[in-house]
Design a protein around this ligand. Structure first.
Ligand SMILES: [Fe+2]
Length: 390
């Protein structure tokens, strides 16, 4: 069996790495970038800092600063118009995404829509978009999606609320800047949600049927970095060591799942996000303990390895004890990080009840449940939605 590994060409890490953007743009051959970001990055002054660096280097850029959280195609199309308009009569030749997964995912969508046109639904799985797109330089300001190192973007279809999974080489950023200074101001809730998302990427990539020795190492490294540091960063946002570990861990998690796929948690999570506007990491967290419990019998050793990598048990313990400890840890983590159930989040019970079959259908259609060690039927997914409800 062979595995195809795809990575960004350049990654700059460390405190202050944002300052190296002009250098990185030159290295990637980008002369006129469109910056894709959101209002929070403007408020925090990060955009100004980035713009200053570009101005000093004499690089002219355009700006789209209205990225939505969990972006819909509607907002992507507004950005596409700015991209198409160009700058001083010349076309933009690259994208710089500054923000969380939403900004990076929006830039990736633009990277394909710009040169190839059409609508996002034309590019959703099972289609694989390997045609070259515009180069994307990703600067994550959350330690979560790992989108800076994945060949994946997720855009919501406004017509039916489907979170469309789009995959292919065109969506892989050419470069990334991992500057932990940009994550210091993340509030605890966002730190928790994005951190659990990153942890879920690592666990799902490790237990995925598409896992390889390459992705295993990235996944284990991600778990080792994320698990001991998530609580620290949640309780003390200024903990620089924890912030840096989370940012690198999230990137490893992204590399792992981009090359091994995610599984059932993500398959079931996307419809919850799309229909009920639950932040992505939070809906993963709602599902992770129950889906892990349900999946362990099909891959007990793999899940036990996760417990060992996360440091919740020592290397010498049996798989059985490690699996029990893993489930205890996932439940304890949710409790400590204040993760609600769907009911606790305020979702209307009738609407949840009514939408479960459609959510199960969309989960299966995304292909992610097919990578799970235990592959569910439509009815089993509905039963899991019931289980996590209250
Ligand atoms: Fe995710």
């Amino acid at each position: 069996m062979t595995h195809s590994i795809v990575l960004p060409r350049l990654i700059r890490t460390g405190s202050g790495a944002l300052g190296q953007l002009p250098d990185l743009l030159t290295a990637c051959g980008v002369k006129r970038p469109l910056i894709v970001t959101d209002a929070t990055m403007v408020e925090l002054g990060y955009l100004a800092r980035l713009g200053q660096g570009l101005a000093q280097a004499g690089i002219k850029s355009g700006l789209f600063d209205a990225t939505e959280p969990e972006p819909t195609e509607t907002s992507v199309l507004v950005a596409e118009a700015i991209l198409r308009a160009g700058l001083d009569g010349q076309a933009f030749d690259g994208l710089v995404a500054l923000g969380g997964g939403s900004a990076i995912d929006t830039a990736k969508a633009l990277a394909v829509l710009g040169p190839h046109g059409g609508r996002m639904r034309d590019y959703k799985v099972p289609r694989i978009v390997d045609e070259p797109g515009l180069p994307v330089i990703a600067i994550p300001t959350t330690a979560g999606t790992g989108s800076e190192a994945t060949r994946v973007t997720v855009i919501t279809d406004p017509d039916n609320d489907e979170k469309m999974l789009c995959m292919g080489l065109a969506f892989m950023p050419v470069a990334a800047i991992l500057d932990p200074d940009l994550t210091l101001s993340l509030p605890p809730r966002v730190t928790a949600d994005t951190g659990i998302d990153a942890l879920t990427h690592a666990i799902e990539a490790y237990v995925s049927r598409k896992a390889s020795r390459f992705s295993d190492q990235q996944a284990l490294a991600a778990m080792r970095l994320i698990a001991p540091n998530l609580r620290r960063a949640f309780h003390d946002g200024e903990d620089r060591q924890a912030r840096e570990a989370l940012l690198i861990g999230a990137c490893f998690g992204g590399i792992a799942f981009s090359n091994a796929s995610v599984a059932l948690v993500h398959g079931m999570s996307r419809p919850i996000g799309a229909f009920f506007h639950v932040p992505h990491g939070l809906s993963n967290a709602m599902l992770l303990p129950a889906v892990t419990t349900w999946s362990i019998p099909a891959a007990p050793t793999r899940y036990a390895d996760c417990a060992r990598a996360m440091g919740v048990v020592g290397d010498g313990v049996s798989d059985e004890i490690a699996n029990t400890a893993l489930l205890d840890e996932l439940r304890a983590l949710n409790a400590e990080l204040g993760v609600p159930t769907p009911a606790g989040f305020g979702i209307q019970p009738e609407r949840w009840q009514q939408l479960r079959p459609l959510m199960a259908e969309q989960a299966l259609a995304s292909g992610s449940p097919g990578n799970n060690p235990r592959i569910p039927t439509h009815d089993e997914i509905i039963a899991l939605y019931d289980e996590v409800w209250g």
